[in-house]
Design a protein around this ligand. Structure first.
Ligand code: HT7
Ligand code: ZN
Length: 879
């Protein structure tokens, strides 16, 4: 595979003003007829016309006509990836017919079949698997699409935009024509044909237009769409209120499919969703699934402006739409639920996963410089770090300034394909700001380290904060220049109250919380009139995606965990205390000395458990110890056995010592009876109660076991039932565990998404014999490597969430995952490539494990017919 560089970007030689597509769909093939109104892009007449090079892959070319004249085969050249011909005029009509086989498309890119339905996935470069085209985001065209299929099996025929005509053909076939008035790049094209049930609703926009809302699902899922529809309406309202963005077509459709490589796709007017991100019913979906549906529906809807109306010039700019849209959906979720808890969840995820990516062999800037396979760059860096970068801009400008900037961005670039620089320029111009240095966040990879030291001088009543920043080397980038790091902070007095902030050299006081912009490698900030030695509360709300180092003692962390008025930093203090305690104990365990729990951690947990004023979801977050993945990320060399052993030991110690307090809080939270409610308060209650159940089961008391079994049997919703199942599966109670697993599988075997949970719970269980259990489950009739959700549920959960078993010292876990990747490489390269991530992290582990992991990567590299997706990740991770 070749490497594509950002610096090689050139404008397209030709543009496509109109795209007319006709699809004839059959069981064993599809014919795609395209008619393109094209013109040369270069200004002016004169000069030779360049050759027209269209993208195309896995296509059988049937015919080509230029201005209605059929061409003979000597007038074009075709290879694996393109069709080249020579236009004779600056403006012309090109007509092409291709033949494809959607029923054999297991890569789920282009036009494929999911169950009995035809559907498409064109981002990033899937359209070229449908027909020859200029498949690049800066070529925007008005699409008209006719879909023809047999009426009995495919009564519903959909594409982007508005339905403008439909009719019958002889022999039981029918057709429908859709017209999308908005020019769009090919990656936003969509088509669906199937036997689907339709749920209808409507939304009146802020200007009073009525929009038809439709969700299409397989008929048996029709009761599971209410939450997605509510989420959609709330998203539409929120985008009007917060960003002034109104929906533009008369119809908005969502279709749920079972086989999908990612979460969902924002095709114009016709979003296609992984069914896991649409369907939610209390009987079958957990609270987490409800929240994911809400977030993904919002995310895809928000793309209508941040992505569709204003799109990316090239794929190096992917974070322009993804980072911004993740930021928008995170703010939406924060407004719909608890803001602090949402932030805690996102920061936890970022630190355990994106930080690891930024420190690994695939590390890349938010705007990468090069790639081999763009599908590999739908990463946590593009999405989550990209969203943090937008969040920092929001922090620096304030909500009002940020809104002025986004208004200008949407107004200035509506209908265009633009760059991250254009986004920044709009924010700058609307605010008279200068983000030249800030833009280093787009070009430099790696997680910066922000080292802060504080010194109080009682004589002068000053408090000095010395900030030093650095950023580790990443592939291709050894030296980094200083970033702009927004540091939100307060100074707390001995009672935990925020003190007034007065910076030396400034006349205006800054209130009791401020944001400092750290811009130098080393920078001193001096606060004056500080009446007593403060304890700083730093990086509040995780105001920048950095690793903060401050010489807090454990007592300082306890104090902040108990007193910081900022909820996020209270959690952060408890979390960092737990990290410190766990890291200390890991060292003690490695030295073969007996473990002893620091009582301060226990007392913090006891105090929050007893604090009725705290949101129960916050209590649950504080009680949840740092994950094994995060501890691996923080370690220089991760000792998997020690990490697993010590974390498990601390959980048991906490459970034993706090059993009484936990029982009383557990009972006080009620038994979950009564109608299920998906509101934040009810979810918070279930979250804490089930966290406590997990702890109480560690005490191995018969009472805990019977409460857990009872909850499993009697639960009125999937959240409680699943929490009980997890606790049983991870317990030593073999009989109850097997009975529960059996009962669960029997009851839910007709529900693929519930069975995904069943696979995943078992795959993630750290008890010995995990690999053999997973190997056994691969043979279960509900499992198939062809369905990405199943692969993620079983192989993904095993490799990412089951540290103890995946990293077995004999390397059998690695061998198993490598075998699956080799098989998946044939079927679905995108999914194969994603499954590689845990193996690419080999540098984190001890030498024997490094050798075993590298050997598996080398075996994959040597296997036949390697896709560019897998090749890129394996070769870069071994480099
Ligand atoms: N913009 C969408 C990206 C996407 C995708 C990319 C590669 C392969 C398959 C895919 N399915 C969806 C999703 C989003 O961020 O909204
Ligand atoms: Zn997106």
């Amino acid at each position: 595979p070749t490497t594509i560089h950002l610096t090689d970007y050139r404008q397209p030689d030709y543009l496509i003003d109109e795209t007319h597509l006709t699809f004839e769909l059959f069981e064993d093939h599809a014919l795609v007829h395209s008619r393109l109104a094209m013109r040369a892009n270069a200004a002016g007449e004169g000069g030779a016309l360049p050759p027209l090079v269209l993208h195309g892959q896995d296509l059988v070319l049937q015919s080509v006509a230029l201005d209605e004249q059929a061409l003979t085969a000597d007038a074009w050249q075709v290879d694996d990836s393109s069709l080249t011909l020579q236009p004779q005029a600056r403006e012309f009509e090109l007509a092409i017919t291709t033949r494809i086989e959607p029923q054999n498309n297991t890569a789920l890119e282009g036009l494929y079949k999911s169950g009995g339905m035809f559907c498409t996935q064109c981002e990033a470069e899937g359209f070229r698997k449908i027909t020859y085209y200029l498949d690049r985001p800066d070529v925007m065209s008005r699409f008209t699409t006719t879909v023809m299929a047999e009426r009995g099996s495919y009564p519903v025929l959909l594409s982007n935009g508005n339905l403008i005509a439909s009719g019958e053909h002889e022999g039981g076939r029918h057709w429908a024509t859709w017209e999308d008035p908005f020019p769009k790049p090919a990656y936003l094209f969509a088509l669906v044909a199937g036997d689907l049930y339709r749920i209808d609703d409507s939304f009146t926009t802020m200007s009073g237009r009525e929009v038809e809302l439709r969700i299409y699902v397989e008929p048996e899922n029709r009761e599971q769409c209410g939450h997605a529809m509510d989420s959609l309406k709330r998203s539409m309202r929120w985008d009007e209120e917060v960003y002034g963005r109104e929906y533009d077509l008369d119809i908005f459709m969502i279709v749920a499919v079972n086989d999908f490589n990612m979460g969902a796709m924002e095709n114009k007017g016709l979003n296609i969703f992984n069914s896991s991100c649409v369907l939610a019913h209390p009987d079958t979906a957990t609270d987490m699934a409800f929240q994911r549906v809400e977030a993904v529906v919002a995310h895809e809807y928000f793309h209508n402006w941040s992505g569709n109306r204003v799109t990316c010039r090239d794929w190096f700019q992917l974070s322009l739409k993804e980072g911004f849209t993740v930021f928008r959906d995170a703010e939406f979720s924060a407004d719909m639920n608890s803001r602090t808890v949402k932030r805690i969840e996102d920061v936890t995820f970022l630190r355990a996963n994106q930080f690891a990516e930024d420190a690994g062999p695939m590390a890349h800037p938010v705007r990468p410089d090069s790639y081999m396979e763009i599908s590999n760059f739908y990463t946590l860096t593009i999405y989550e770090k990209g969203a943090e970068v937008v969040r920092m801009l929001h922090t620096l400008l304030g909500a009002e300034g940020f809104r002025k900037g986004t208004d200008l961005y949407f107004e200035r670039h509506d209908g265009q394909a633009v760059t991250c620089d254009d986004f920044i320029a709009a924010l700058e111009d609307a605010n008279e700001a200068d983000f030249t240095q800030f833009k280093r966040w787009y070009s430099q990879a790696g997680t910066p380290v922000l080292q802060v030291d504080g010194r109080y001088d009682a004589a002068s009543s000053t408090f000095q904060l010395l900030c030093r920043q650095s950023c580790p080397a990443t592939p291709g980038q050894t030296e980094k220049l200083p970033f702009v790091i927004p540091l939100r902070l307060a100074l707390l007095d001995g009672e935990g109250r925020e003190m007034p902030l007065q910076l030396a050299g400034e006349t205006q006081a800054r209130g009791t919380e401020t944001v400092l912009a750290v811009t130098e490698a080393e920078q001193l900030f001096v606060f004056e009139n500080v009446r007593e030695e403060p304890l700083p509360s730093l990086l509040r709300g995780f105001s920048a995606p950095v690793k903060l180092v401050y010489p807090y003692s454990r007592d300082d962390r306890v104090f902040l965990a108990m007193h910081d008025p900022d909820g996020f930093n209270r959690w952060e203090a408890a979390q960092s205390l737990a990290v410190d305690v766990l890291q200390g104990l890991i060292g003690i365990h490695q030295a073969g000395r007996p473990l002893l729990l620091d009582q301060r951690l226990l007392e913090v947990h006891r105090a929050v458990l007893k604090d009725d004023s705290l949101d129960p979801a916050m209590v649950a977050e504080i009680l949840r110890l740092p994950s094994e993945a995060y501890l691996v990320e923080l370690a220089e060399e991760a000792d998997v056995e020690a990490i697993h052993h010590v974390r498990d030991w601390v959980r048991r110690e906490l459970a034993t010592a706090l059993a009484e307090t936990m029982w009383s809080r557990f009972r006080q939270l009620g038994d979950g009876a009564g109608a299920y409610r998906a509101d934040a308060e009810s979810m918070a209650r279930r979250s804490l109660r089930n966290t406590l159940l997990g702890y109480l089961m560690l005490t191995e008391s018969s009472e805990a076991l019977s409460v857990c079994v009872q909850q499993f049997v009697e639960a009125g919703n999937m959240t409680d039932r699943q929490a009980a199942l997890v606790a049983l599966v991870n317990s030593p109670h073999e009989q109850q565990k097997h009975a529960a697993l059996e009962e669960f599988a029997q009851r839910w075997n007709a529900y693929p998404l519930v069975m995904d949970q069943w696979f995943s719970i078992q795959a993630a269980s750290p008890l010995p014999g995990g690999l053999e259990r997973v190997q056994g489950l691969m043979k279960h009739p509900a499992f198939t490597l062809r369905n990405p959700n199943k692969v993620r549920a079983l192989i993904g959960a095993f490799a990412n969430q089951n540290l103890a078993n995946f990293h077995r010292a004999d390397g059998a876990g690695y061998r198993f995952v490598a075998d699956q990747i080799i098989e998946l490489n044939r079927l679905n390269p995108q999914i194969a490539s994603r499954m590689l991530t845990p193996l690419t992290r080999w540098r984190k582990f001890d030498e024997p494990r490094q050798l075993l992991m590298k050997a598996e990567l080398a075996r994959i590299l040597a296997s036949d017919d390697l896709s560019p997706d897998v090749y890129e990740v394996v070769s870069k991770s071994l480099a």
